[in-house]
Design a protein around this ligand. Structure first.
Ligand code: WT7
Length: 646
């Protein structure tokens, strides 16, 4: 094996055939997937042209793809409007169908039909126009998970303003940086938002942020909590006041298919946040197709994606994809453990949710809290379960499949990124065999390969870098204001392919397993090991709830393995026992040198473990670099103490 590759050490052999009942139900059979996938790779332009014809174009496009590596134009010459496609296009047969069912953390429920949503978005768009927002202007959103977040995004899309949604959990400093990078003219925020029973002071954070944002002219404020806020005369406007004067009529603007649709900031492993830019036409077509296909949408589905609109998952699979596809979307404002760990299951029972799409970090928290919570609710409405955001450990997969899905719901593990815009690798429910821990096969039009550092394709079960060899419609078009960063970071690492930054391997059946970010790979005595494999071995021990594994310099082995572990509530295990367990599961090579028990692991607000910080802790270094995305800073101190004591 090449020393540039990543070793394949985790032996997870359980597989699950699609359930017979589900096979009867699915919209896509295995044969159909195979035939369409082949067509999409052999003749991508014909394939995407056919998909795009399901959507409305004001002016037809003349060319499906213009590819000047690394810059793509999709549906060249066409004009369209995403809000029009999500709203007016669905009115003919879905005007009275529920578009959004929203539940607040406090239990309040609001429901909007497609007709209601269309009216709300038109009115919101008129407010933006009154504030002076023009096509092409940037608008920053800093909002809780309330329906107005979706209205605001669609209103921007309707008039061709470029939104940049900043997660409501970010600090004022992070917000200011993002407003400035985008040069936003308007900020849309709320007085506050509910999170874990208390009101987060969004407007107050926003006030601090806009001290140093020269481009900003207006702040539009949604009333959510009713908490006290300062309104600055001439700059700040209440949404409910602005809505009083606007008409219900608004015409969607015909926008060029290359029009910038939105910017979404994602943290690079170092340095300043990257503004990932998505363009209208390609993003629209790709999210529409993947939502319909991957979630296997049926007319009566109640679809719930638990992400926040501040992440790409919220953009593509709460707002844009599902509404383009005419689905009923459930939106929940608050935390999963409010008032207790039964909240998600109660929501599923109350609203008869059929599709649940959530993240491994949430699934592991639910496992840790105990099966008695889901077991006390009626989850029989569920038919499909999805996972996204990081590799899902086989143990968590099995728990999700059995305890939540009662072995009747397929589980899909969807791999994609902020940059890819839509799902790239998954299995299709009812069509594919499921392999816990492995994301699955490429979606239509996605040409994935595993290569070494020179771009040489590797064979079955050889670990390497995940790349995409052909452009796809929802690919990022650039890093906002920094074409060079886009070029070098994504198309410069390995010649002529898109470099995703993930380590992965493909098995003999063509299934891709993601082993983690390249930056996190361990190098132990010359063996490159994915962090996910060692972590999954730890999590397969019955006492372990969650594990994060990092390397620290070792004079002999190059890198030694340090594991940070949280235990299941009430469970016990010794360091020796867990080390032996990993050695048994994977082999002596992966035996951790040190295991530290912790109450919590450092995570970003989107639930990703910050291994960069753990590496610094493990090697006794000072904590350097950006910690602004950390969810709970006190976790760091506790971990540092636990390592120093050893
Ligand atoms: C990174 C992208 C995709 C929306 C949410 C995260 C990791 C994502 C999976 C998965 C293994 C996954 C990758 C990827 N990731 N989904 N199913 N299996 N890893 O978007 O913040 O842009 O992060 O998340 O490392 O590169 P993001």
């Amino acid at each position: 094996m090449s020393d540039k590759a990543i070793e394949n050490v985790l032996h997870e052999n359980r597989t699950f055939e699609p359930q017979a009942a589900y096979q009867q139900y699915t919209n896509t059979s295995l044969e159909e997937y195979q035939q369409k996938y082949r067509q999409s790779i052999e003749d991508p332009e014909a394939f995407w042209n056919e998909v795009a014809q399901n959507l409305h174009w004001f002016d037809p496009y003349q060319q499906v793809l213009n590819w000047q590596e690394p810059f793509a134009e999709w549906f060249v010459g066409g004009t369209t409007n995403l809000a029009y496609n999500a709203l007016e296009r669905n009115l003919s047969d879905k005007a009275d169908k529920k578009a959004i069912i929203w539940e607040g953390e406090d239990g309040e429920v609001r429901t909007y039909t497609y007709a209601d949503l269309t009216r709300e978005v038109k009115r919101f768009a008129n407010v933006l126009l009154d504030l002076g927002v023009q096509t092409g202007d940037r608008v920053t959103l800093y909002l809780p998970m309330i329906p107005e977040a979706a209205f605001a995004m669609l209103a921007c899309a309707r008039i061709g303003a470029v939104h940049s949604v900043v997660f409501g959990g970010f600090s004022s400093g992070a917000l200011a940086d993002r407003i400035n990078d985008a040069g936003s003219k308007v900020l849309i925020t709320a007085d506050g938002g509910y999170r874990r029973g208390s009101a987060v002071p969004l407007k107050r954070n926003a006030d601090d942020a806009v001290q140093n944002t020269p481009s900003l002219e207006k702040v539009l404020v949604v009333k959510r909590t009713g908490q006290d806020v300062q309104m600055q005369e001439g700059r700040d406007v209440w949404l409910h006041d602005a809505l009083q004067n606007v008409s219900d009529e608004n015409e969607a603007v015909a926008l060029d298919a290359q029009h910038p649709h939105f910017i979404l900031y994602t943290s690079g492993s170092t340095g300043k946040p990257k503004g990932v830019l998505h363009a209208l036409g390609g993003y629209m077509v790709n999210t529409y197709l993947t939502t319909k296909t991957v979630f296997d949408l049926h007319e009566d589905d109640i679809y719930w994606c638990t992400a926040d609109v501040g992440w790409i998952t919220g953009h593509s699979y709460i707002v844009y994809g599902p509404l383009l596809a005419g689905a009923t979307v459930l939106m929940y404002e608050g935390a999963p453990n409010q008032p207790d760990w039964g909240r998600f299951w109660k929501i599923i029972q109350d609203h008869k949710v059929t599709i649940l799409y959530t993240a491994p970090t949430a699934i592991r928290s639910f496992m840790r809290a105990g099966s008695e919570f889901p077991n006390s609710y009626d989850l029989s409405s569920l038919r499909l379960l999805g996972s996204v955001g990081e590799p899902i450990n086989p143990e968590a997969w099995i728990w999700y499949y059995t305890v939540i899905g009662k072995e009747k719901c397929p589980v899909i593990d969807t791999w994609w990124q902020t940059e890819t815009g839509s799902i790239m690798i998954t299995t299709l429910p009812g069509a594919h065999t499921m392999k816990p821990g492995s994301a699955g096969v490429p979606m239509y039009g996605v040409d994935v390969a595993i290569v070494d550092a020179d771009g040489q394709e590797l064979g079955a079960d050889e670990g390497g870098f995940l790349v995409i060899r052909k452009p796809w419609p929802s690919m990022l078009r650039t890093v906002y204001g920094d074409d060079n960063r886009y070029k070098t970071q994504y198309w410069g690492e390995i010649p002529h392919v898109y470099f995703a930054g993930d380590g992965a391997r493909r098995d003999k059946d063509g299934y891709f397993t993601i082993v983690g970010r390249i930056d996190d790979v361990l190098n132990v005595s010359g063996h490159r090991l994915g962090t996910m494999e060692v972590e999954s071995a730890l999590v397969s021990h019955p006492a372990v709830a969650e594990a994060a594994v990092v390397g620290r310099p070792d004079p002999i082995k190059g890198e030694g393995i340090v594991a940070f572990v949280t235990l299941q509530t009430g469970a016990e295990a010794t360091e020796q026992e867990l080390k032996a367990h990993v050695a048994k599961e994977i082999g002596a090579i992966a035996r951790p040198d040190m295991i530290r028990f912790a109450e919590a692991l450092p995570k970003t607000r989107s639930g990703k473990i910050m291994r960069r910080l753990l590496r610094q802790i493990a090697s006794g270094q000072e904590i350097k670099g950006d910690t602004s995305t950390l969810e709970d800073v006190s976790v760091i101190e506790k971990l540092q103490q636990s390592v120093q004591q050893s």
